[in-house]
Ligand binder design. Sequence first.
Ligand SMILES: Cc1ncc(COP(=O)(O)O)c(C=O)c1O
Length: 375
Amino acid sequence: MNNRIFLSPPHMGGNEQTYINEAFQSNYIAPLGHNVDLFEQQIKDFTGAKYALALTSGTAAIHLALRVLGIKDGDEVMASTFTFIGSVAPILYERCVPFFIDSDTSSWNLDPDLLEEELAKRYAKGKKQPKALILTHLYGQSAHILRIKAICEQYGVHLIEDAAESLGATMAGKHTGTFGKMGIYSFNGNKIITTSGGGVLVSNDERLIAHARHLSTQARDAASHYEHTEYGYNYRMSNIIAGIGRGQMEVLSDRVKRRKEIFDLYVHELSTVPEIVFMPEIENSSGNRWLTTLLLPKHVSVETLRLSLEEHNIESRPLWKPMHAQPLFSNANGCINGISDNFFAQGICLPSGSSLRNEEVTRVASLIKQTLSLP
Ligand SMILES: Cc1ncc(COP(=O)(O)O)c(C=O)c1O
């Protein structure tokens, strides 16, 4: 049996261990320390965000975004339905009400027309607008962020960008995650770079990040006995973890380049199967191609292909099941057009790790062709 080909395994750059050792040598195992400061600086330098806060996860970053924007208790929050649960679970943490917006076929991400129609309709009827929109740039590809930002501004809706999967992706030369009021990145184990688990919250608003920083370490007011006027969380990234982040940031551009090469190779190898549709890249944007994702022709089910790759010890995964179709959200409202349901029914994520060799990509592609040609 060949070695297992994973969907998106960690790919270390080489210096991570050195930075972890620095933390050990200085005994800044905790709390915080040099690695955390430098990791946050690298994120700011890379993305252009003015302020950055390193946290335990991307989900924690979204939760803090809601907290510092004052969104809670029955407030309505709109969100992309085609996303991962971590984007929207914080809506429930804050006892808010989700409202899901479906995708379009041009970006596979949130459809700006649906958003605009819904907000305009509410405005015309004098109805309440949502407090925020959590917009996901899925699989590393930019959403129609310029239009979405303009719509949010027009109707006074806070824009929170979930760029968990899209670190390194840009629109009009600007990094995804830096358009909204706040943005988040994830460094979970399978992301384009990883800290084994972690997240970062970014914003150009100093006050918001300062408040999030306060909440992320149990909201301790300045007093030696720890005074508390509000409650916080234990969400701060450790100095050890940030050492991995420092090393990973050094190789981020290489990782983006390699993921794009892998995508191009899949496209090339599968060009003889015209019914396959790859996730698009919208005009003026540059995705990071975190995962190569595609829609299969109708005659082959995602599960058939997944199992046939699995027989060869190759990991693949269906596209995310949309949030509006999750039992957890069976009572939620939204603007649903069937597009993300179709993505879920026909779509698959292929192994895309930056350490994949070209021969491995070619082998996966030829197994796909074999499976598709079965009666
Ligand atoms: C789109 C999306 N949003 C949010 C998250 C949550 O990030 P984390 O796992 O770091 O909490 C993830 C990934 O895990 C994700 O893929």
